[in-house]
Write a protein that binds this ligand. Structure first.
Ligand SMILES: Nc1ncnc2c1ncn2[C@@H]1O[C@H](COP(=O)(O)OP(=O)(O)OP(=O)(O)O)[C@@H](O)[C@H]1O
Ligand SMILES: [Mg+2]
Length: 189
């Protein structure tokens, strides 16, 4: 059991996920903000890992450029936030575009869960591309039931590419089965 992530890494995919999660945290601590993408099978532990990392991120004071202040800098408390993509997409559909600037600019550590969950149209996909572009260089965790290929084909090729660029990792669960189903089968058998 990986005590940190509250996950039992019982196969190679899960061990790889734990290792990538550790690398993500290490890079973050070294001031190298990257992305971590947890993709694939339902019930494999993607949200569990994302939320464990989310809870471990410790907000602290950070300096941000501010032309309005005498020093040119403003001290702010780092913000972390988690959303599901269908929630953000729904806001966009309601023309609540403030959500875009908010997730791009105001949040230091962002989790976007369930990318591709729900029904994306061309418009929400284009806004997703904008968000991804603006989150480059900011710690971001994405989870999705889609594979990298599906993200590339159905959402945006550039998002898939950035998920594996410049030290970012994408873990794809292809063999790990739904944890709860496995528990049920073990109890039954
Ligand atoms: N390897 C594991 N060890 C311990 N608990 C696990 C493991 N994998 C999953 N779980 C538990 O199973 C449940 C489902 O996991 P989780 O929600 O993270 O799956 P998911 O990959 O996000 O699924 P979905 O694609 O449906 O969103 C959670 O309660 C989680 O704590
Ligand atoms: Mg999930």
């Amino acid at each position: 059991m990986s005590a940190d992530l509250q996950i039992e890494a019982y196969n190679d995919e899960l061990k790889h996920a734990v290792s990538c999660a550790g690398d993500f945290e290490r890079k973050l601590a070294q001031g190298e903000p990257v992305w971590l993408s947890l993709l694939g099978n339902c019930g494999a532990g993607k949200t569990q890992i994302a939320m464990a990392l989310y809870r471990r991120f410790k907000p602290q004071m950070a300096k941000k450029p501010d032309t309005g202040s005498a020093s040119g800098w403003r001290e702010t408390f780092q913000k972390k936030q988690k959303f599901t993509w269908p929630f953000i997409a729904n806001k966009i559909m309601q023309r609540d575009y403030g959500i875009i600037d908010y997730v791009c600019d105001d949040i230091d550590f962002l989790v976007i869960d369930e990318l591709g969950g729900g029904h994306d149209i061309k418009f929400t996909k284009s806004k997703l591309s904008e968000i991804a572009e603006r989150r480059i260089g900011k710690p971001t965790i994405w989870t999705s039931n889609m594979s990298l290929e599906q993200i590339s084909d159905e959402l945006d090729m550039r998002i898939a590419s950035r998920m594996i660029r410049h030290g970012s990792h994408a873990v794809v669960f292809e063999e790990t089965e739904d944890w709860n189903l496995v528990q049920l089968q073990q109890q039954a058998g």
